[in-house]
Write a protein that binds this ligand. Structure first.
Ligand code: ADP
Ligand code: MG
Length: 323
């Protein structure tokens, strides 16, 4: 007999994640009751993954459980917030127990890593779609906002760029050095939210964003909201061996500049805090790499290794632009 909605919630989601002392009431009532810490602001973000749009309908459920939470935690990282609570709206065509067990495994493991409690959600029948909302906390007034960059800031990114994009190209049939494939696939299907970097940079960086659509388009959001421009240096872009090899072979800088789904952080830092950022870079997972500088000249420019300059960075993914 198929699982009922309530049996399903009970079995897979009621006790999936760590129990936090600031959850007065979790899954099972009309609302969750949460007790924010004194002096903290809530940081709230939501992302939806739709089958056939963000992932293939047959995608590995463990990876999906991880990714739908990871992309939300990445938004908290970009504000410098500490994750606390999460809600999950799951629409599934059938209550497939193997799929649910896999999904819960991926979701639960990442939630435990970051001490996030699943406190509620909604479960409905329909075409597969996953919506997650995270709630984090940070000291009031200290969030890293997109509108806070100033001309002359140093632009840093965490991790490496273009990995998820190259994994996607490989899945679509492009030949990629087999030695790099496991790493690249991991970057696409199991992104690492840079929560430690975000919280360490809060109070140091002016502005931050996480790279979901691609460096060019995401940094452009900071530039537009802050009223600045930016000049980037292609030879400074951090690349893993697979992406470096691809760029060396093809000369195609669009991959590190514009491919999405890496979930790294891009931050702008006032020059007098450079020493602190360089020190953080040596101890934070993924590190931090200087890639350019913001300036008063609107728009974004990329200086290529041969000295040529591109003024139109290929834009990132826009759901509606390409329909
Ligand atoms: P209501 O009808 O009052 O909205 P539901 O029947 O939708 O309540 O859900 C019952 C309880 O289970 C609620 O506390 C809800 O937050 C929780 N819940 C439903 N689906 C999920 C899910 N996928 N993950 C976690 N909690 C869930
Ligand atoms: Mg409901």
């Amino acid at each position: 007999m198929a699982l009922s909605e309530f049996a399903l919630i009970d079995r897979f989601f009621s006790a999936l994640t760590p129990v936090r002392a600031d959850v007065v009431l979790g899954v099972g009532d009309d609302c969750a009751l949460l007790q924010p810490s004194p002096g903290q602001q809530l940081a709230v973000s939501m992302d939806t993954l739709v089958a056939g749009r963000h992932f293939a309908p047959g995608a590995d459920p463990v990876g999906l459980g991880h990714k739908c939470l990871a992309v939300n935690l990445s938004d908290l990282a970009a504000m410098g917030a500490a994750p606390a609570w999460v809600t999950l709206a799951l629409t599934i065509p059938t209550p497939d127990e193997d799929w649910l067990a896999g999904f819960a495994e991926g979701f639960g493991a990442l939630a435990r890593t970051h001490g996030v409690q699943l406190v509620g959600g909604d479960t409905t029948k329909g075409p597969l779609s996953i919506t997650v909302q995270v709630h984090g906390q940070l000291e009031a007034g200290t969030a890293m906002r997109r509108d806070a960059a100033q001309a002359g800031d140093l632009v840093y990114v965490s991790g490496t760029l273009g990995d998820a994009g190259l994994a996607l190209l490989a899945e679509r049939g492009l030949y990629v050095n087999p030695d790099t494939l496991d790493f690249l696939r991991g970057r696409l299907h199991r992104p690492t939210p840079r929560l430690a970097s975000g919280s360490a940079l809060r109070g140091i960086a002016h502005a931050a964003i996480d790279l979901s659509d691609g460096l060019g388009s995401d940094l452009q959001h900071i530039c537009a909201r802050s009223g600045v421009g930016a000049t980037l240096y292609a030879d400074r872009l951090p690349m893993s061996p697979g992406v470096a090899e691809y760029v060396a072979d093809t000369g195609d800088w669009a991959l590190p500049l514009a491919a999405g789904d890496d979930y790294e952080l891009c931050v702008t830092v006032p020059p007098h805090r450079q020493g602190e950022v360089e020190a953080l870079a040596t101890r934070l997972p993924g590190g931090l790499t200087w890639i350019g500088t913001t300036d008063a000249c609107p728009g974004m420019r990329v200086v290529l290794p041969d000295g040529r300059q591109i003024d139109n960075i290929p834009s990132g993914y826009d759901h509606f632009a390409r329909d």
